[in-house]
Design a protein around this ligand. Structure first.
Ligand code: NI
Length: 157
């Protein structure tokens, strides 16, 4: 296992759409293990493969000690809304308010390729939506309330 470099705002790979994982093999296990090391080393709560420069649909999240690996995640249901503060390891020195669904159901595969579904609300919904956005080349500053401040300082990239 090893830490990988987290891409920062302005790196064009953060804007690419990731492709589905089709091989549930050693390479995927290594990627997921490295992502986990990288996330914890940076005190993150979620990380998408895109952020370490691998354009595959894989994300991890840690919700206060409950760890999830979501491969090819799809949001199949959403309900309500919430507004709360978000940050991102790829968008340093900034946090901002973002509107997200209050509750979601996702369908995903685990690292061995088995399908599962999870329904969660509040923080789970926020975190998973943020990470799934990464897989589509979307950053939270694209939709946050005071993003003009960020763009003013760092440019719109
Ligand atoms: Ni992020």
């Amino acid at each position: 296992m090893a830490k990988r470099k987290v891409l920062k705002y302005g790196d064009e790979r953060l804007r690419k759409k990731a492709t589905p994982v089709t091989e549930f093999d050693e390479n995927l296990f290594e990627l997921l293990d490295d992502m986990r090391d990288t996330m914890y080393a940076n005190n993150g709560m979620g990380l998408a493969a895109t952020q370490v420069g691998v354009l595959k649909r894989a994300v991890i999240v840690d919700l206060g000690g409950t760890f999830f690996e979501l491969i090819n995640p799809e949001i199949i249901y959403e309900e309500g809304e919430q507004v709360d503060e978000e940050g991102c390891l790829s968008v340093p020195n900034f946090t901002d308010l973002v509107k997200r669904p209050y509750k979601i159901t996702i369908k995903a595969k685990d690292r061995y390729g088995y399908d599962f579904e999870i329904t969660g609300e509040k923080y789970f919904a926020r975190c998973v939506c943020h990470e799934v956005d990464h897989l589509n080349g979307v950053l939270y500053v694209d939709k946050s309330e005071n993003n003009e401040k960020y763009f003013k300082k760092y440019g719109k990239k």
